[in-house]
Design a protein around this ligand. Sequence first.
Ligand code: ATP
Ligand code: MG
Length: 469
Amino acid sequence: MNMLSNFSLFSTARVLVVEDALTLVTQYRIHLQTLGVASPVVASDVAEALTQLDLGPWDLALIDIGLPDGSGFEVMQRLLARWPECAVVVISGLESMDLAVQAAHAGALDFLQKPFQPERLIITLRNALQTASMSRQLKGWTTQKSDRFYGFIGRSEVMQSIYLTIQTIAKSHAPVFVYGESGAGKELAADAIHQTSERAQRPFVPVNCASIPLDLIESELFGHVRGAFTGAHADRDGAFVLADGGTLFLDEIAELDIQVQAKLLRVLQTGELRRLGDSRTKIVNVRVVCASHRDLHACVRNGTFREDLFYRLHVIPLTLPPLRERGQDILLLAHHFLKLYAKQEGKQLEGFTPEAQSVLLRHPWPGNVRELINTVRAVVALNSGDLVDLAMLPSRVKNEIDWATANPANKVSENDIRITPLAELERLEISRALNYFNKNILNASQALGIHPSTLHRKLKSMNFDSNRI
Ligand SMILES: Nc1ncnc2c1ncn2[C@@H]1O[C@H](COP(=O)(O)OP(=O)(O)OP(=O)(O)O)[C@@H](O)[C@H]1O
Ligand SMILES: [Mg+2]
């Protein structure tokens, strides 16, 4: 995001700083000013902070945990009780880490551990201000709820706030990091970000970092010139050049090789890239959107992802809720895809019986929207009639219902129940799917409701012996 848009976005933000170290207060003032916040209110201990609280509403509070007359934790609790929408960043020394974690659980948005780099501080402040400004907009948002937003279908509150967030961040050029379970719509979100932005007329280029072999990924991203390596028969532009002026979607970014991460960081820092084997550089203007099903913080901690790259990419996080948390959206989606596939297949199916609906609402949908789509598609292909009833739903979806209510004979005493570890169930189900589809990864992954690259990764991490499937 450029400075100008920061100024207009954050200039009205009301910021409270609770910190006793003067040098840090000065640092916060300077960085907040750079982001457009004119004058934060400063309190240097708990007592002063508590008297300032009432002067809110506050959009953002930076609270040090170790204060001379008590803990910043208390300030944070009182602040959030009074101003629940305030974004809180807690700051702690090593000795107060436990409290900082507690604060995060109690609703703090982020925490900074002293000592920290200025770059980390700026990113934290910018994210917090952005969140605060979005929750302000959300509060004042009175327009009609929409069932659709670009490729998305869904009218739940959680999805409304996703639509709003996408609209808000589309105006910025900052990188977006999309989180979400498999099949939750991460690629759809990246596409919607592109479509809503002023880059919409330029290309949207998706690259799946998990599915491209290591020796090809560099050339895929940055391109190569003829003769750069064996097999490079002609010059080729990479995804960065293809996406020039538009949006580059780096899917499964956590899987990117560490050497390639260094190159990517350089391109993002300088905006310049060099094709493999080329001596010239080229300037590109690309907005990057990334996604991963992994917790990237954990990848940074265990050393598989560069921290500097993480902070460069992790400017605006966007987390898609799992389908099971979207309530009636499940039925909205099921109806939509039922109609679509029934039309395609020339069938009459036009709805679900009440029992079938309650099964759909209770299923946890581990494969999210993709699993729902595939389930409906299979139901349409295999059945006819007006309504989809319980018998037409696959047992995978009905399982919990069959077990608990529909089939009392299945009830066993508590002592008889052998609980299977989820990992074992997953392994078993993957092995069944591969067996059934003759080891065809594409078909098996579709049936499992996951992306083929996700299945590849799982097989790798499980050390699957394909001869034993
Ligand atoms: N809210 C939605 N409304 C309609 N279709 C959706 C919705 N969310 C996802 N889909 C569809 O579900 C499928 C999976 O979505 P998508 O590929 O974006 O998920 P993903 O999070 O990127 O999955 P993966 O982690 O496996 O890469 C796609 O066909 C997409 O069009
Ligand atoms: Mg995806």
